[in-house]
Design a protein around this ligand. Structure first.
Ligand code: ATP
Ligand code: LTN
Length: 327
């Protein structure tokens, strides 16, 4: 039997090349080797306020992006978190084995909480809901970008604690990081990771940016005062552009050196821009087709939700039984 993969992302719009290289590309790549469930985690998105109309549009948009990136619904389930109520149900059970201190220590919580005067409980509970997403499906492998490793550690700690208290119930999932592209940095500031919520103009190239917009963002990317590519001395902005190119083209370090050593920054940017535009073009064309077929998109999600729910219901039944709850 194939091992199971679960991974997910929030439908928070502005899906960028960092998300693609660090996460979604791996999703498509693992479909043949594993039984995959891919989640659109809209209940995570509402841990910070979302306009309801935007959220429901973005859920469909994100499903269409996944299909455009080559996720095949005949192989993998694409599911929406809020359509499978067992996510919330298991999250509550796990909340009752998770010390608050574990949650208060999470880096992402601390960063996000610092942005708000009033911090919502949902933001603190976010990693417990994430643990529920994964443990519901007894996933043994979770492909994510490196900003999620701490949440994965917490997931294992929560699963381990549950297993000790109530008997062996959950599989402890392993984190799977990409080898190149695990952390693409912002084009405007290469000391910060490229992020959806950083919505300044030149920060991120999104998967749906028209070619001229993508080109402009890359041509304006921050570099440094060296005139040309030096694999030792060039700063983080140049290294980031090189990383983007290497990840898209799948080149070895030696091939990268042969192609770029000594190249002037202006030419480097042009080459990276052309690469990105060319790689995005087929994704954008397929995205348009998928979005135009609303009924087809709905069908994919209905089927994915149903497949996911069958597994999720059984896991929750077992967990409730182990805890002595009414089943
Ligand atoms: P935000 O910064 O607003 O939280 P995000 O850009 O991190 O959003 P998510 O939806 O949280 O986007 O992440 C989706 C997936 O993309 C995750 O697996 C995450 O690890 C990965 N990812 C996010 N940013 C990057 C990045 N800059 N480089 C590589 N992978 C990334
Ligand atoms: N926290 C993740 C999204 C996420 C997730 C998950 C990833 C929610 N549930 C389960 C993997 C497995 C993020 O912000 N990228």
């Amino acid at each position: 039997m194939k091992k199971r993969v679960f991974t997910a992302a929030q439908p928070s719009g502005n899906v960028h090349i960092g998300n693609y290289l660090g996460a979604f590309r791996q999703w498509a790549a693992v479909q043949d080797d594993y039984e995959c469930i891919f989640g659109i985690v809209d209940m995570h998105a509402i841990t910070v306020y979302q306009d309801p109309k935007d959220l429901s549009y973005r859920t469909r948009e994100f499903a269409a992006i996944l299909l455009a990136l080559g996720i095949d619904p005949a192989k993998s389930a694409i599911m929406v978190q809020s359509a499978v109520p067992e996510h919330a149900e298991l999250a509550w059970l796990l909340t009752c084995v998770t010390p608050i201190g574990w949650l208060q220590r999470m880096t992402q919580f601390k960063t996000k909480a610092a942005r708000y005067e009033e911090v919502l409980d949902g933001l603190l509970q976010y990693p417990v809901l994430m643990a529920a997403d994964i443990l519901l499906y007894n996933a043994s492998i979770v492909p994510v970008g490196d900003d999620q490793t701490q949440h994965l550690e917490l997931t294992r700690d929560v699963a381990d604690r549950f297993n000790r208290l109530y008997g062996e119930t959950f599989v402890l999932p392993a984190t799977k990081l990409p080898t190149v592209g695990a952390r693409i940095m912002g084009l405007d500031d290469p000391t910060k990771k490229m992020s959806k919520s950083e919505d300044v103009g030149g920060h991120a190239v999104t998967l749906l940016d028209p070619p001229e917009v993508a080109r402009k963002k890359i041509m304006r990317a921050q570099t440094d005062s060296h005139p040309e590519v030096d694999f030792q001395l060039s700063g983080p902005g140049v290294k980031n552009l090189l990383q983007i190119y290497q990840a898209f083209e799948g080149l070895s370090d030696d091939a990268m050196k042969a192609e770029f050593a000594g190249m002037r920054y202006g030419d480097l940017k042009k080459r990276v821009a052309e690469c990105v535009v060319a790689r995005l073009q087929p994704i954008q064309a397929r995205f348009k087709e998928v979005m135009a077929d609303e009924a087809g998109l709905h069908r994919v999600l209905d089927e994915g939700n149903a497949r996911a729910r069958t597994i999720a219901m059984e896991t929750v039944r077992v967990a409730k039984e182990r805890m002595g709850l009414f089943v």
